[in-house]
Design a protein around this ligand. Sequence first.
Ligand code: NOJ
Length: 544
Amino acid sequence: MGENWYQDAVFYELYVRAFYDSTGSGHGDLAGVVEKLDYLKSLGVDCIWLLPIYPSPLKDDGYDVADYLGIHPDFGTLDDFRRLIEEAHARGLRVIADLVVNHTSDQHPWFVESRSSRDNPKRDWYVWSDTGKRYSETRIIFIDTEDSNWTYDERTGQYYWHRFYYHQPDLNFDNPDVQQAILDVMAYWLDLGIDGFRVDAVPYLYEREGTINENLPQTHAYLKRMRRFIDERWPHALLLCEANQPPEDVVAYFGEGDEFHMGFHFPLMPRIYMALRSGESAKLREVIQQTPPIPDGCQWCTFLRNHDELTLEMVSEEERQWMWQEYAPDPRMKLNLGIRRRLAPLLDNNPDRIMLANRILFSLPGSPIIYYGDEIGMGDAIYLPDRDGVRTPMQWNDRPNGGFSAARAAALYSPVIDGPVYGFQRVNTAAQENDPASLLNRMRMLIRLRKQHPLLARGSLRFLDPGNEAVLAFLRSEGDEHLLVLHHLGDRAVEIALNLAQFAGLIPVDLLSPGELYAPLDVAPLTLTLGCCETKWLKLNPPE
Ligand code: NOJ
């Protein structure tokens, strides 16, 4: 893959600490990821996204950075990082990592200096105030733990600003030295060979009185500078935007093709779950129709789950209550404005439903991300604090600790999922490897198909009317190639009729079950019966 490689890529998000422990320390490490690169290669993904790998007190799993230029000692060394990049590249895999620049840990030396006195030269690297009353129109994000975006600092008698945990003070991007320091951090990792960054918490870089302090013009201006900076020296590097915002605001982060290359499509994700549970396609159709076009060279990043709670920030209050009622029946499953569960438990551990969700994702525009463990249907541990329950060790086999680590179970950074349904004894990659019907192998096939048909990534999308709300029907097209996609969301078999007169003469071939034979399309509607959770990807081919 060359230029714009990310537009056709399949991504895999992994937490280094959770993936594979190569030393027996109880923590996953970079050398462990190297050992598992062949697994990732065989899965068929193109790019790995690493959660933060930097030195950190790990009070927010590394999103609290204490040193931008190092590797957390539990995860290895800079040499291990260099090796990971080399070995990944040797296999044609790319690696991006989180870049957390809105805030640092309160243990970062910059903040330690900043809070040491009011006249310290680093004082202005963070946002300080006498009153803690400024920016009162700003929402709180971690509503379950924080009751203010200001925290009082005893020693210097002022308050510091933070959009996330109180121990994550926000950097002051009005300060030119901060602006430059972040570019220097980027250059450092790009020179080490990294392929790009997933930039964390993008909307919150700047603050201005009288605003909600999200998506400010100053933020966009700085991001454009960031893009110019990388384009000059690392033209193939990727910037992926984390902005949990409505589509029209996320689209602004693509600029005119001069800000981010990619952005997560947050509003799409919960609507996939709504469609699956309600058996109705309308909301999914609406969100896609409401998504504005994006500049050439840009791409959406689509996902079903990630390392955070399944966020419900991008739905209405009524929809949120409905999602909680349907997907978080136990109050322990709720967190902030979301749901702390993994994909398989959310979909009742039903492999056909899990595959339907993935097939929807893989058939829509954008580059999909798989969250580690979801490709084998890992479970969660909702009794663990915060989001830890969806960050448990990867399950490799049925040996002790699921093959994740040789340490004593008590020394693991987190318990491995145990138990009859989701336990490592049953759910693990080794068990699924040789079973052609396993989730792992079905996911492999899906990834392969997606890559064989680039129109799935870049082609246009046009909805069709199948005459039944339970069926999502659309055409993906690029040039004179057409793919008819049908997803049946309901439980009972349905018959549908589609007007495909414009394609009369073409012959459908189902990419998902190529053995099924179809007659050439006719001016009369195509009638089809779809079973529960059934998907068809019908390539409309000219006759031989
Ligand atoms: C978004 C990240 O995904 C989340 O895990 C983190 O806690 C916050 N940003 C703060 O960095």
